[in-house]
Design a protein around this ligand. Structure first.
Ligand SMILES: [Zn+2]
Length: 350
């Protein structure tokens, strides 16, 4: 039964007793959690699926669709990044290594590729965190000249701009009107609607990306099925999302940044995201660990009680160095047990 709204700011919610992926009941893991980051109203209980082969985490009760916009009233995600004009020598070397790495691994072509030492990109293998950043910058996508790319949850389009420079024909979707407006002013094709409502023709895209989006949607399998429909045969789906079975979650528990109630409706594990993508009809699926120093950094801040105001605030360097160190250790651990990573990226081929 739906709860009655008392004041206009309240987010109404309804019971959500069973797992949307496997249908099992869940057990409560946290009660009465508030939004520690963006001050959305309400207190939220989180459940975890009791199926060991699933372990999805979700909100029960869950905000009703009509009210979920209130959870984003103070949400800050989509400001475009300014390009750094003045970069130091170390950064210049990193950019050079990264370009050569992206050329050798993903076949991207840059105007300024080095002709003398084309193998210098291999040096990035000595710096696994930097290499992971470079992989993430192209979301593990090989170059497809004039390939059609859709970014669901594109914000103001920073990533789309960089992928357009690498030869992709890019399109974006986002529900944030101001971000969409900014993206359009930058010359991008961006839609401000739900993916399903847009009803793209069958087999429209060579790649569809959902970067930290799937945890926000009500019916993840339905959204993933829509991605399958609009991908051409052989096209790639790339989904990144927080991993609820991670080491970070085990350590920071209710303060773990990946939980983010009430905007994260479902928090996946390695098994549940794999299962969701299989249910959507994808056959060949690769599930990969991804470490994220920002998740550890922000979890640490949340545990210290630095609520909401930390977004956009000056960096706490000591904690940031700790987060970098933590991620390096986590990266080593994921060689032994991949599901300890704080994020998971799935690449699925239609
Ligand atoms: Zn389940």
């Amino acid at each position: 039964m739906m709860t009655e709204s008392i004041d206009a700011a309240e987010i109404r919610a309804e019971p959500y007793p069973t797992c949307t992926i496997c249908g099992r009941e869940g057990e409560f893991i946290y009660f009465e959690q508030q939004d520690r980051m963006f001050d959305a109203p309400g207190e939220w209980n989180l459940k975890q699926c009791t199926n060991e082969q699933c372990r999805l985490v979700w909100l029960d009760p869950m905000p009703i669709k009509e009210d979920i916009g209130k959870a984003y009233a103070h949400y800050y995600t989509h400001t475009s990044q300014s390009n750094e004009r003045h970069v130091g020598m170390l950064k210049r070397i990193y950019f050079l290594l990264k370009r050569e790495y992206l050329t050798s691994k993903y076949n991207y072509q840059f105007k300024s590729n080095s002709l003398l030492i084309p193998c210098i990109g291999q040096f990035l293998y000595l710096f696994p965190l930097r290499r992971a950043e470079a992989d993430g910058e192209v979301r593990f996508l090989n170059a497809v000249p004039s390939g059609k790319l859709l970014d669901v949850g594109c914000g103001s389009g920073d990533w789309l701009l960089s992928m357009r420079e690498l030869g992709w024909e890019v399109t974006g979707v986002d529900f944030d009107e101001s971000a969409v407006k900014e993206g359009r002013e930058r010359g991008l094709t961006v839609y401000c609607e739900n993916l399903e409502q847009l009803n793209f023709p069958n087999e429209s895209f060579d790649a569809v990306c959902l970067n930290h989006v799937i945890e926000h949607v009500y019916d993840p399998v339905r959204t993933l099925k829509e991605c399958a429909r609009i991908l051409r045969p052989g096209g790639k789906l790339v989904v990144s999302t927080p991993n609820g079975s991670s080491l970070g979650h085990r350590i920071y528990k209710k303060y773990w940044r990946g939980l983010e109630p009430p905007r994260h409706l479902h928090i996946f594990s390695f098994q549940s995201i794999h299962q969701a993508i299989s249910l959507a009809g994808f056959q060949k699926t690769t599930v990969m660990p991804q470490v994220a120093d920002s998740i550890i950094y922000e979890s640490h801040l949340l545990r210290r009680g630095w609520q909401s105001s930390f977004v956009g605030a000056r960096r706490q360097w000591l904690i940031w160095f700790f987060a970098r160190f933590f991620c390096k250790a986590e990266l080593l651990l994921t060689k032994w047990k991949p599901s300890l990573a704080d994020c998971v990226t799935v690449i699925a081929v239609k």
